[in-house]
Design a protein around this ligand. Structure first.
Ligand code: SAM
Ligand code: SF4
Length: 450
């Protein structure tokens, strides 16, 4: 049986001699066809392509598939209780700091704060603990979906990032209306994984096979990721590609998203990150974009505003904004009980304004998930280029809602100008219908999508 992660193959590809210029340009041409790359081709680009060639190929592919839109979301931490002692995480069990698990009322209060900012998509986070049971998580999902703001604002898509679990529990998440189930392997390097983990998560196989169980339970969109800074970054990039290829072969659809978190300082954590410069980080993102062109890529507020804006051009299609990494932290002064330190401290409005000034269209879209365009159906549409035809109009509609309900005066002015340009590019009947729906939003209707 084919291994999910074949370390020998990865090591052997990583030790291959640097490619010639002719080989690099042949691989770049192939990558521009948006058919993805094999491991040896990915490593040839990682090691052999100059920044400008690599970045312009990645930017072109990103633009052709995703257009100008960037989807925004926020994490919502439910509980910092955890039985695991992951060496990198502020919630590790041996950290004596107080813990917090949100009650029903506290969840409602946090959701109201997030809704008032303008968020429509959340990523639920929790440590692994008997108190954070699947009943608790699914109840929380129910509460969140049913919590409406004063103008009827609601959270429309909940993605979930909780510990690896059983097929039965994944079925419960599916039933509760999960969007994407995300789980990071942290490091794909087995020996390093063993050294950094203690507790049930120390089981490398349990973590690695979790997404297979999620698929088997009927969850159609799953997200993978590695916590960069725990082991050699080139190894992790190739392992992510291998994992994506495995999921596609096994389940007929690859991961919906790849996350690229980098290890950050965290309370009570002494571990030092392995070397991974900002410029190599951007190269990793560009190579992933070219290797798995139709997979969404997620960047968090672990990165600084300036690095984030570069990464958005190269391949990132979703980003968190205005994130807080401790339960109950939205709307309150920061304390020292966060999971890790963030590096982008801007408000959602500031992030939106910065996107507008770079010509990127902020999107709060949840249309595909709510129209059952998930899993294989989504990938088929993406490959035909149709996602852009749907994504731009849906980005425009959700951005319009944001401008009407949440934006500062400056953001509204810049945003309306950007929106007008984006709408003009939507042709034919879709364009006409989009204009009608934008008008309906101005007249007070909400939640319109294609
Ligand atoms: N507890 C579950 C788990 O570990 O799978 C759910 C996710 S945990 C709350 C979210 C993610 O935060 C982890 O998968 C890990 O990659 C990341 N993380 C933990 N410590 C971090 C740190 N110091 N810097 C950056 N990311 C970190
Ligand atoms: Fe717990 Fe997840 Fe942090 Fe590990 S990464 S200590 S499992 S919350």
């Amino acid at each position: 049986m084919k291994l999910i992660i074949d370390e020998k193959q990865i090591e052997s590809v990583l030790s291959e001699a640097a490619p010639s210029t002719a080989e690099v340009s042949a691989i770049i041409s192939k990558a521009r066809e948006k058919k993805g790359l094999e491991l040896d081709e990915a490593v040839a680009l990682l090691d052999g392509a100059d920044d400008s060639t690599l970045f312009s190929a990645a930017a072109a592919v990103k633009k052709e598939i995703y257009g100008k839109r960037l989807v925004l979301f926020a994490p919502l931490y439910l509980s910092s209780y955890c039985v695991n002692d992951c060496a990198y995480c502020g919630f590790h069990a041996s950290n004596p700091s107080p813990r917090k698990k949100l009650s029903h009322d506290e969840i409602v209060a946090q959701v109201r704060v997030l809704e008032s900012m303008g968020h429509k998509r959340l990523l639920l986070e929790a440590g692994e603990h008997p108190d954070n049971s699947i009943d608790y998580v699914t109840e929380a999902m129910k509460t969140i979906y049913s919590t409406k703001g004063p103008k009827g604002q609601s959270i429309r898509r909940l993605n979930v990032n909780i510990a690896a679990t059983t097929k039965e529990n994944y079925a419960r998440l599916k039933e509760a209306g999960i969007g994407t189930y995300q789980l990071f392997q942290e490091t794909y390097h087995r020996a390093t994984y063993g050294k950094l983990h203690c507790g049930p998560k120390a089981d490398y196989e349990r973590q690695l096979t979790a997404l297979d169980r999620a698929f088997e339970a009927g969850i159609e969109d799953v997200g993978i990721g590695a916590l960069f800074g725990l082991y050699d970054w080139r190894f992790e990039v190739l392992a992510l590609i291998q994992h994506a290829q495995y999921l596609e072969q096994k389940h007929g659809v690859g991961p919906h998203t790849i996350s690229v978190p980098r290890f950050r300082p965290a309370p009570s954590v002494g571990l030092q990150p392995t070397a991974f410069s900002d410029s190599d980080f951007l190269r990793a993102i560009a190579v992933l974009r070219l290797s798995v062109p139709y997979t969404g890529m997620i960047l968090s507020t672990r990165e600084s505003p300036s690095l984030r804006s570069k990464a958005f051009e190269l391949g990132i299609s979703q980003a968190s904004a205005a994130s807080v990494t401790e339960p109950g932290g939205y709307g309150k002064a920061a304390t020292s009980t966060a999971q890790f330190e963030t590096a982008d401290h801007r408000s959602l409005d500031e992030v939106v304004l910065a996107l507008c000034s770079r010509g990127l269209l902020p999107s709060f879209c949840t249309a595909c998930y709510r129209s059952n365009r998930t899993g294989c159906d989504f990938m088929e549409l993406a490959k035909k280029g149709a996602i852009q035809d749907l994504c731009t109009p849906n980005a425009a509609l959700t951005f319009k809602e944001y401008l009407l309900d949440h934006a500062s005066i400056e953001t509204r002015t810049q945003g309306e100008a950007l929106l007008e340009k984006a709408v003009r590019k939507v042709q034919g009947k879709t364009g006409e219908e989009l204009c009608r729906r934008l008008k309906r939003l101005e007249e007070g209707e909400r939640d319109l999508f294609f």
